[in-house]
Each structure stands twice: as C-alpha cells, then as structure tokens.
Design a protein. Structure first.
Length: 203
C-alpha cells in the first residue's frame, strides 16, 4: 500500500519538544499533532520502545482514521541496567517534570566515575497507515554519549542538559536545534522514515 504525498499524518504525541523536532525534520509532510483531533495520550504498557511506539500510533490512527506517526524514545544508562529506558518521561513518577527526572538520574549516578557514565538516547519511530496496519514502517536511531554530573545549556528538553556529546564536546542542550536534529537519535530515525516513505509514495 502506497502513501499519498498530500495525506495528513497524525502525530501521536503531546510533548511540545518532540512535536517541534519532528515537524522541523519532516517539514515537507503535513504532520498534525493529535491534540488538534482532541486525542488523549494512551497508556504506554509496552516493555520496549517499539511496543510503546506501536501502541501510540495505533491509538492515534484509530481515533483519527488517518495515518499516524509515533515516537517512543528515552535515555538508556549502562550502569543503571538500561534505566530510565521506556519510563524516561516518568522516571521520577507519573506526572514528573524534566527537572524532577534529571534530579533523580543525577542522584542515581552520584559517585559514579566518568568512564562508567556511558549512555545513549534511543528513538523508535512507527508510521501506521491505519489502525490495523499489519506492516507499519519502523525505524530507529541511537545517539551515544555520557551523563554529566550537573546540567548545562538552555536548549532542548528532557535529559538534554546532562547528555554529553563527545563529538561536539558539549551537552546536547548546548547545541543549536538545527545541529541537534542533524545528529540526534530522533533525527536519524526520522530521516530513515522519510526515505522509506518516498519509496512508497503515490503522486
């Protein structure tokens, strides 16, 4: 089944930071946040990023009767056995904000030396043509780094202030939005998705 190049796509997220990044990277596609359709966020009951992305995309597609795109992403810290992982957005508890999640992460890593603070951002993107799509498009990106001992920078969101990017010798939150999107886990996954969509597009 091909995609119509002008077909609206519902973005299954209410996260302002994610919405801005996804719309910037996929600027040529008519992507509309699910809030425009009064679609609430669905409970993320999966144990993996892929499962949760599928749950969110299916929910938005079912509610809107349109193709739906979902992002499930998070921070994986080696010394914490992969935490925060799939609960990155609610690491400090349901309803927690970025600051509370950051504080909990830094407390968990207190006293851990730099060489053991390796981590990576993971992003899985799912695009479902409809709620019962048996073969959704799925892509993923990985961004390697280290966790700082204290926050730096004013850009980005989530764990960006404590995610050290060796390539640029700064925190993710110190990168410009354009530079971050060119190298980040989300940027990688979205560019892969755009390539897959173009292979299946109908004009």
């Amino acid at each position: 089944m091909t995609f119509d190049v002008d077909q609206k796509i519902v973005l299954a997220s209410n996260n302002a930071g994610k919405i801005a990044e996804i719309q910037a990277i996929l600027a040529h596609y008519p992507i509309i946040p699910q809030a425009r359709f009064a679609i609430d966020e669905v409970e993320e009951t999966g144990s993996t990023f892929i499962e949760n992305a599928i749950i969110k995309a299916r929910h938005a597609a079912q509610a809107s009767r349109l193709p739906a795109l979902a992002d499930d992403s998070g921070l994986v810290v080696d010394v914490l056995d992969g935490a925060p992982g799939v609960i990155s957005a609610r690491y400090a508890g349901v309803g927690s904000n970025d600051r509370q999640n950051l504080d909990k992460l830094l407390q968990a890593l207190e006293g851990i030396p730099e060489q053991q603070r390796t981590a990576r951002f993971i992003c899985v993107i799912v695009l479902m043509r409809h709620a019962n799509d048996p073969f959704p498009l799925i892509t993923q990106g990985v961004w390697e780094g280290l966790i700082l001992e204290q926050a730096r920078g004013e850009n980005g969101f989530g764990y960006d202030p404590v995610f050290w990017v060796p390539e640029f010798q700064c925190a993710s939150a110190e990168l410009s939005p354009e530079l971050k999107n060119s190298v980040s886990h989300r940027g990688q996954a979205l560019r892969q998705l755009a390539e897959l969509v173009m292979q299946q597009v109908s004009i």
